[in-house]
Design a protein around this ligand. Structure first.
Ligand code: PNS
Length: 179
């Protein structure tokens, strides 16, 4: 009887159970933008499971509550079967350790992002052996930041090409209620 693997599989694959590959996309997501969604979608193609983790930062004032941010992410990622949404406070590496996640995925918009992101990535690797995968942002979104979206929406500017429809609706409602 032949023990050859099926065509396209290596002999090492025979009988092997591959562990689930998990990654986390941490961030403030106040609110989630099309730039974030681009990174989340690409991460979902690379990993079996992707957790989008909303950082609960008491010291940073935000437009949307953590629950609103979680809801907007849930709606915007509903089409991706392997993406889940969670919240965390404290260190991202503690979240990773607790959930058995070895990789953080981060989008890099420009060189200006790199210094700080590299510093955090090296620190996170040193603290807990958690690696960071940097994904270059789609050039279409290289200027995009949640802070700019909030500023533009606040003054009635058009952000419809920058955020998903559900976020646009909430931003419009928020701007109207502030008038
Ligand atoms: O969307 P943001 O605000 O750029 O996200 C930053 C975030 C939340 C990913 C980053 O500040 C973070 O990981 N905070 C959790 C605390 C932590 O682990 N800090 C890094 C120490 S090296």
């Amino acid at each position: 009887m032949s023990t050859s693997p099926e065509p396209g599989r290596s002999p090492h694959d025979v009988g092997e159970v591959r562990p689930v590959r998990r990654a986390v996309c941490p961030g403030s997501f106040d609110p989630v933008t099309n730039g974030h969604l681009d990174i989340i979608e690409r991460a979902a193609h690379l990993y079996d499971e992707v957790v989008v983790a909303v950082f609960v930062n008491q010291s940073k004032s935000s437009l949307f509550s953590v629950e609103e941010r979680r809801e907007m992410l849930l709606e915007a990622t509903a089409a991706y079967g392997n993406v889940s949404i969670d919240t965390f406070h404290g260190l991202v590496v503690d979240y990773c350790r607790h959930h058995g996640i070895p990789v953080i995925v981060k989008g890099l918009r420009a060189v200006s992002d790199f210094d700080y992101e590299l510093q955090m990535a090296q620190m996170n690797r040193g603290l807990a052996g958690v690696d960071t995968l940097f994904m270059p942002t789609n050039p279409e979104y290289s200027f995009l930041a949640s802070s700019l979206v909030k500023e533009i929406a606040k003054w009635g500017g058009d952000v419809s090409s920058l955020v998903p429809a559900n976020v646009l609706k909430r931003l419009t409602e928020r701007a109207a209620s502030a008038e």
